[in-house]
Design a protein around this ligand. Structure first.
Ligand SMILES: Cc1ncc(C[n+]2csc(CCOP(=O)(O)OP(=O)(O)O)c2C)c(N)n1
Ligand SMILES: [Mg+2]
Length: 1053
């Protein structure tokens, strides 16, 4: 009869297990690992089985065990374990000797020369130590115990009791891993016994039930022994279950670093490690009282208001407080947080400590808003608060970043802000500033931005040196069951990509929660890497307080109705332990209820809502005390000749000694040098001039995006690479001036959503920095659309927070096909908040600056490098901050006519919102038949065509450089100058794209609709551009023909 399939499988598994365990033991450790392994503080008690000599450090003492030969030895060892006769006699002797405890270097006996008679010599060679008859069994039993220990470390979390409701499996799988002997509550005794029998008696590990009372030596990869180095198997299993299968599920064995794994094992395996003093227990209870009673209070007062309460995860508040306390104890003084809707008001009240009356008055629907803009709902607003941490008695600043409804979108923003705060306080290792990100289970698993953000976490220019992630895992997302919401076992699996340990914890066990939070904070301060705390909880109400959850989750909610609130459970526990008594507990509750009631009374005195009280990033000193700009003017953005020349010279040289650059780059720098000598700049030099001069004025500059260091179009070259020495680089921009501000230029990961969000967050931290994000091609910005739509465009209106981020979006129709052509100007323009139908008061003093102040963002398309230079400098010299969208060129980067003389960049010069016609047409304006308006690169096509047709006197061409806010004042002047001219708008983009729909109504408003505005451009289309080069050129010629055919619109008038 052939063996049953499961027996065969089990047999193969057993072998594999042994092999893997042996392989792990045979693998030579690095020197540092060796030190760490042996520095563990264990008493060197007599080994139960001395002959199980681990092939770790001592093996290196064998003369032949080095490098690749160890692989060979592994093979031999495997074969020997299977069958000692299958290897050469000398190997047999070696392995017997080592197992019998031979000292390093003595186990090996040289094989005798292969000469006649050598076989008999081998036969004469004897083991140094007499092989014990049961050695094989002992080896196998020990390896089995080690495998068992390892199985718990790897898979124990799968059977941990994580769900407080006891109905769902946190890993979506109710089966128990085949290599664990689980006796968890879920299994009854009979089942346990059966499992034990399966895995022991001739089963998985080849152990026998009688082995349960045998004492086994513990490997160095476990701490369950505490002070013991050997334990009976029964106790080993018990302790493993205590560590890995109760209310904490630790996922960490995928981490590639031995020291980090050892650190975690020590934290969770050491017996008695989870001890709390009575004082700590009382603090925890008091925090749970606040958390629970806050939600109760809101529910009592505003029962029909949405607040996305925390009921079912009240433990979040003490959890966050523990992370903050522990981090503060380790030196952190600034914590930046991001979180979704769930429990947000509670976090504001009880973690950040926003005044309760400020929160309560947000519920008053009769209060008017004091600030301009739309404002936002109460559970999206941010906050900034500096206070004393009562536990550590140290100052701590807490900031909660405002966020849109779009779940997880704030993750990279929080990271970027954290990076900036670290940067500005010189915290290069993240010891003072850190971030905490909160997530919902459905969103954490479902949103791709989570993955993008994790990938920033260890990049040199993006790392914040570890974020603590806390997941409110209520095992539901709105109405969707986790089994329909994710394909991974846990909602947290995404964190495994960066080797972040994940601590799952049953949130009805508050002490277990506090313990993992403490360990998470210690992990972050020890290794400066991300870590995840997964609070497995439930949601007592519907998605919001108005929702009926029984429609969709009837069984879960039947169970929830029966569930005792965690506060009550914990209070009962502490009363039973004598840590508090019932009156003390009740006193704690009424004390907090009174605080809420008093704040509620005070909140009625509030007459007006101030969104600015909810600012997450104040900029001290930048505005006047009442938040206004210090002036409403902008100084000249020009520079002195000396400064221009100096920056130009550095930009065209290698400012360090002994540095070999690429020959091609030498030629580029030489050409730059010639431009500088001729007092002109191209695009790359213009950018250099703007950046270099701002650095001199103490403005930090950060340019980030894919391949920005060289520049996608190979024009920038801000980082020089030595051709002979790996990683030797030079950033000339950082060699411009003594005491200049630092320049950061960094190639980013291939992400738009994550990186743009990050840079937006970076720009939030300080008004005295120019933060730029460059898209590889402008069209790629649409994968970051959420950041643009939810933060950049409406950020100030929603959260009274200004932001000066600059987006550089390469744009232009150059026959490159539908992709890479359009940065979608129409989308940015459609979101501008100026009115197309209302002519503003053009006589107003500082009209241009007021317009900028009122707008939600600035959109420009510069046709000259000089104007690009000015607009970058203006971004910082303005007395307020607005996002700036720049459509940047591709072919113009090298176009011989796209140059600007120093004369147009000298002191006294400014950014030109409009560049008027200044050729022959402007000299005799009455004779001009057509005034063409355009923006960007098409200007060069138009002038070339006009020249070819000899129409310089008949057609005037005026460039609109600043599209939004629309330069009504300057354009009116242009129109008035050419009284006899038809008006036309020319663009290379298709009619339903580009600028036409934005410009036309505004031009018509400018002239009070006195004339038509004709269109010369491509027809409407679905795709941004053709993929056929010939069609591209035909289309271009057609639009130029229309632009210069003075009869083109005759039949329409
Ligand atoms: C990007 C995005 N998509 C959809 C929604 C709509 N929405 C709001 S809350 C929610 C469920 C979130 O579930 P989870 O992340 O588990 O958080 P919980 O509400 O359970 O705390 C959904 C789908 C949203 N806010 N953001
Ligand atoms: Mg959820």
């Amino acid at each position: 009869m052939s063996p049953r399939p499961e027996t065969v499988v089990r047999d193969i598994r057993t072998r594999m297990f042994h092999l893997r365990t042996c392989a792990a033991k045979l693998r030579p450790l690095t020197a540092s690992q060796t030190v760490k392994t042996f520095s563990q503080n264990r008493p060197a008690a007599a080994r139960t089985l001395g002959q199980i000599r681990c092939f770790t450090a001592p093996v290196a003492a064998e003369p032949f065990l080095s490098g690749t030969s160890s692989n060979y030895v592994e093979e031999m060892y495997y074969a020997w374990l299977e069958n000692p006769k299958s290897v050469h006699k000398s190997w047999d002797i070696f392995f017997r000797n080592t197992n019998a405890g031979a000292l390093p270097g003595t186990a090996y006996q040289s094989p005798l020369p292969l000469s006649p008679g050598s076989l008999s010599a081998v036969a004469r060679a004897q083991p140094l130590v007499d092989a014990q008859p049961n050695v094989d069994k002992l080896v196998e039993d020990h390896l089995a115990v080690q495998s068992l220990i390892r199985a718990y470390q790897i898979r124990g979390h799968h059977v941990a009791q994580l769900d407080p409701l006891g109905i769902l499996d946190a890993d979506l799988d109710s089966s128990v891993p085949a290599d664990i002997i689980s006796s968890t509550d879920k299994l009854d005794l009979a089942v346990f016994k059966e499992r034990l029998r399966m895995l022991t008696v001739g089963g998985f590990y080849g152990l026998d039930e009688s082995d349960l009372d045998k004492v086994f030596h513990l490997p160095t990869t476990t701490f369950i022994g505490g002070q013991e180095s050997a334990l009976p198997l029964r106790e080993i299993i018990r302790r493993l279950e205590m560590a890995y299968c109760r209310h904490i599920g630790v996922e960490f064995m995928f981490i590639n670093d031995l020291e980090q794994c050892q650190w975690i094992r020590q934290k969770f395996e050491t017996p008695g490690v989870m001890q709390f003093t009575s004082e700590e227990k009382r603090t925890l209870l008091a925090r749970l009282v606040r958390s629970t009673r806050f939600e109760d209070f809101l529910q009592r007062k505003w029962s029909s208001e949405k607040r996305f309460g925390l009921e079912g995860c009240e433990v979040l508040i003490p959890a966050l407080k523990t992370i903050i306390d522990k981090s503060s104890e380790n030196g952190v003084d600034y914590v930046i947080m991001g979180m979704p809707h769930r429990g947000r008001l509670n976090v504001l009240a009880n973690v950040i400590r926003k005044e309760l009356e400020q929160i309560f008055c947000q519920f008053d629907s009769k209060l008017e808003a004091a600030d301009e803009g739309s404002g936002d709902v109460k559970y999206h607003l941010g906050m900034y608060h500096r206070r004393i941490n009562r536990v550590t008695d140290r100052n701590i600043t807490l900031s909660l970043v405002a966020n849109p409804s779009h779940l997880e979108a704030a993750d990279p923003v929080v990271m970027g802000k954290t990076k900036a705060e670290q940067f500005y306080c010189g915290d290069t290792e993240g010891k003072k500033v850190m971030s905490i990100l909160l997530h919902g289970d459905a969103a954490f698993a479902g949103q791709g931005i989570v993955y993008e953000t994790f990938h920033l976490s260890d990049l040199p220019s993006y790392t914040t040196h570890g974020t603590v992630h806390v997941v409110v895992n209520n095992q539901i997302g709105f109405t969707t069951d986790p089994r329909m919401a994710r394909s991974s076992p846990y909602p947290t699996d995404v964190a495994r990509v960066v080797n972040a340990p994940i601590f799952h914890v049953n949130s009805d066990d508050p002490e277990a929660v506090m313990y993992v939070c403490k360990v998470a904070a210690e992990w972050r301060s020890t290794f400066h890497k991300d870590v995840v705390v997964d609070l497995v909880c439930y949601r007592r109400n519907g998605h919001n307080e108005m929702d009926e959850p029984m429609f969709t989750q009837p069984l879960m909610y039947k169970q929830i109705r029966k569930q005792k609130p965690v506060l009550q459970k914990y209070a009962e526990l502490l009363v039973s332990q004598g840590v508090v008594n019932q009156p003390e507990y009740e006193e704690e509750i009424s004390k907090y209820d009174k605080i809420c009631e008093e704040a509620f009374t005070r909140s009625k005195d509030e007459k007006i809502l101030h969104i600015k009280h909810w600012l997450d990033s104040p900029w001290p000193g930048f505005f006047t005390l009442d938040g206004q700009p210090r002036s409403m003017t902008c100084p000249s953005t020009g520079l002195t000749e000396d400064i221009l020349a100096h920056i130009g010279n550095v930009a065209s040289s290698v400012p360090v000694e002994n540095f070999t650059i690429h020959g091609g780059l030498s030629r580029i720098l030489k050409t730059r040098g010639e431009l500088v000598k001729n007092r002109t700049v191209d695009w790359a030099l213009a950018e250099y001039m703007a950046f270099g001069s701002l650095l001199k004025e103490g403005i930090h500059i950060r340019l980030s995006g894919q391949d920005v260091e060289r520049g996608t179009f190979s024009h920038r070259h801000h980082v020089l690479h030595d051709q002979n020495v790996d990683k030797k680089t030079c950033i000339p921009m950082n060699h411009l001036w003594p005491n200049q501000a630092p320049y950061t230029v960094c190639n980013s990961s291939l992400s738009e959503y994550g990186v743009l969000g990050f840079e937006l967050g970076f720009a939030m931290a300080s008004p005295n920095a120019l933060v730029l994000w460059e898209a590889q091609f402008g069209d790629f910005h649409n994968t970051a659309q959420c950041i643009i739509d939810q933060f950049i465009c409406p950020g100030q209106a929603k959260w009274v927070r200004q932001n000066g981020i600059v987006l550089l979006l390469p744009h232009g129709m150059e026959g490159m096909g539908p992709e890479h052509s359009s940065a979608r100007p129409e989308r940015f323009l459609q979101m501008c908040n100026d009115d197309p139908d209302v002519l503003p008061n053009l006589e107003e003093a500082n009209f241009d600056i007021n317009q900028l102040y009122d707008c939600n963002w600035v959109v420009v398309n510069c046709s000259t490098p000089g104007n690009f230079f000015h607009v970058l400098r203006r971004q910082i010299l303005l007395p307020f901050r607005k996002p700036l969208i720049i459509f940047t060129p591709k072919s113009l980067l090298r176009h011989p006519e796209a140059r600007t003389s120093f004369d147009e960049m000298l002191s006294g010069t400014h950014f030109q919102r409009v560049i008027p016609e200044d050729g022959l047409a402007a000299q005799n304006p009455e004779n001009v038949k057509r005034l063409l308006f355009c923006t960007g690169k098409v200007y060069y096509d138009l002038t070339r065509e006009r020249k070819a047709r000899g129409m310089a006197e008949q057609v005037a061409i005026t460039r609109i450089e600043q599209l939004s806010p629309f330069p009504f004042d300057l354009l009116l002047r242009e129109v008035q100058k050419y009284p006899n001219a038809e008006l036309g708008w020319c663009q290379e983009e298709h009619k339903n794209q580009g600028y036409y729909d934005y410009v036309k109504p505004r031009l018509r408003t400018t002239i009070n609709r006195a004339k038509p505005v004709w269109y010369a451009g491509r027809d409407p289309a679905a795709a941004p551009a053709t993929g056929n080069k010939k069609t591209h050129l035909t289309e271009l010629q057609r639009l130029l023909d229309t632009a210069f055919d003075l009869d083109a619109f005759k039949n329409f008038s």
